[in-house]
Design a protein around this ligand. Structure first.
Ligand code: PMP
Length: 442
């Protein structure tokens, strides 16, 4: 069943009806169809300021989608607005080399432990493809190992087994490679090997069985699996196995990058990938992405043998937005504030769930976390655990929050992102909304 429409959102309803006639499906990204959960129409957002966002009907929400973590400095950040206004007056894009891209690459090399050379792109999907191209070019091999449930964008190679149904997914230890969509060529799956997450034995077996691998790619904290955390030592094991087998280890830090501290997840866990991919928080709300890695692995690209292009790559507009954003996030007092705000929300959810006897796991780190309605309240360790969680209850929880003015990710398998600008008022209002939502769920 559909959850009834939110009261006072008739404007969104009529824009969605109108959009059906011109936009394919009324939307611009498949994930927006359910951007309010199992709701008859998505909300149309009109403006934002700081941690707050306002829809076309004038309803205001405290925003923990925050453009999927991108608008990390908050909406309409005065810092960004000022810097970008200058760029608007001096030219946004030349399709040439420019100064801010150099300064930005230098800053990334300074902040990110694995980064010796950087390339820019415009979206996470593109930057992941660049990283995979670099890994294939460097090794001369073509197969990629990815983990079931991890999301690396919508490209043909990577949109495999990111959200298979229980019926499609195949045996636990040797999952089937399941294309996410019609239109993905069948040949793609010959070069994609799928493995369950957090299982050392399954990993070694899959690696032993596939000598043609070029790379292993993962989300170190699985933002797209409700912030499933790596078991202690699991990322170290990935590093050891990749080193021993001469495989390129790619961390997709599109969600974790610059958010879980200036050095991202690789710094948090102390494990160095060969290449890391960044987007979202990097641009502070403008479209920019990067892949950055060890000199040797990036060298064929640097020499121009491995090709990668893009008209819009590192435009002055987006590179400037990223410079302003990273100069903020390079200050650990800023990332600590984000984390502490998130920790407080996580604690509030745990307490409200306990008081109302609603079993759930609250998992992740403060800067990004999710509430999972698993039947025993245990945290998830892999994708199959999420398949058996109660996503209907998550939908109801989210709807209760929306009614109370809190906007969060529509997907039970995704997560909350905390903006740097969340205020004491925002936090206490959110905690109240969480308590009200759990009382309603009881
Ligand atoms: N990797 C991860 C971990 C992501 O979460 C996403 C987007 N949600 C992507 C890659 C793809 O990024 P984009 O949507 O910018 O193409």
């Amino acid at each position: 069943g559909f959850i009834p429409a939110l009261g006072g959102t008739d404007g969104s309803r009529s824009w969605f009806e109108r959009a059906q006639h011109s936009l394919a499906g009324g939307i611009s990204s498949s994930s927006r169809l359910t951007s309010t959960g199992p709701h008859p129409y998505p909300l149309y957002m009109a403006s934002g300021s700081g941690a707050r966002i306002t829809d076309v009907d004038g309803n205001e929400y405290i925003d923990y989608l925050i453009s999927y973590g991108s608008a990390v400095l908050g909406h309409a950040s005065p810092l960004l607005t000022e810097a970008l206004t200058q760029v608007l007056h001096s030219g946004t894009m030349f399709g040439t080399c420019n100064v801010p891209e150099v300064e930005l690459a230098e800053l990334i090399c300074q902040m990110v432990p694995c980064a010796e050379l950087v390339r820019f792109a415009n979206s996470g999907s593109e930057a992941v493809q660049g990283a995979v191209r670099a890994a294939r070019g460097y090794t001369g091999r073509s197969a990629i190992l990815k983990f079931e449930g991890h999301y690396h964008g919508w490209s043909d190679t990577l949109a495999i087994s990111n959200r298979p149904s229980a019926a499609q997914a195949g045996p636990y230890a040797t999952p089937h490679p399941v294309p996410h969509s019609p239109g993905i060529p069948t040949g793609v799956i010959d070069d994609v090997v799928v493995c369950p997450w957090n299982d050392p034995t399954a990993l070694r077996d899959v690696l032993d069985g596939h000598p043609n691998l070029a790379a292993v790619i993962c989300e170190p904290i699985v933002a797209n699996n409700a912030c499933t955390m790596p078991d202690p030592d699991y990322l170290d094991l990935l590093r050891e196995e990749c080193t021993a087998r001469d495989l390129v280890l790619i961390f997709d830090e599109v969600c974790t990058g610059f958010r879980t501290g200036p050095g991202g997840a690789q710094n948090l866990f102390g494990v160095l990938p060969d290449i890391a991919v960044f987007s979202k928080a990097l641009g502070g709300g403008l479209p920019i992405a990067a892949f950055a890695g060890r000199r040797a692995v990036m060298e064929p690209l640097a020499r121009g043998e491995v090709k990668h292009g893009g008209t819009y790559n590192a435009s002055p507009l987006c590179a400037t937005a990223a410079l302003v954003t990273l100069r903020q996030l390079n200050d650990t007092t800023v990332t600590k504030r984000i984390d502490e705000a998130g920790q407080r929300l996580m604690e509030t959810v745990r307490r409200a769930a306990h008081d109302n006897r609603v079993p759930c796991a609250v998992q992740g780190v403060g800067a990004m976390f999710q509430v999972v309605f698993s039947s025993d309240g245990a945290p998830t360790r892999g994708y199959r655990d999420l398949l058996s969680a109660d996503s209907g209850r998550y939908d109801a929880f989210r709807h209760e929050l929306l009614k109370r003015g809190v906007h969060s990710n529509a997907y039970a398998m995704a997560c909350w992102f905390v903006p740097a600008v969340v205020s004491e008022d925002d936090l206490s209002a959110t905690c109240q909304a969480v308590e009200g939502a759990f009382a309603a769920l009881r």
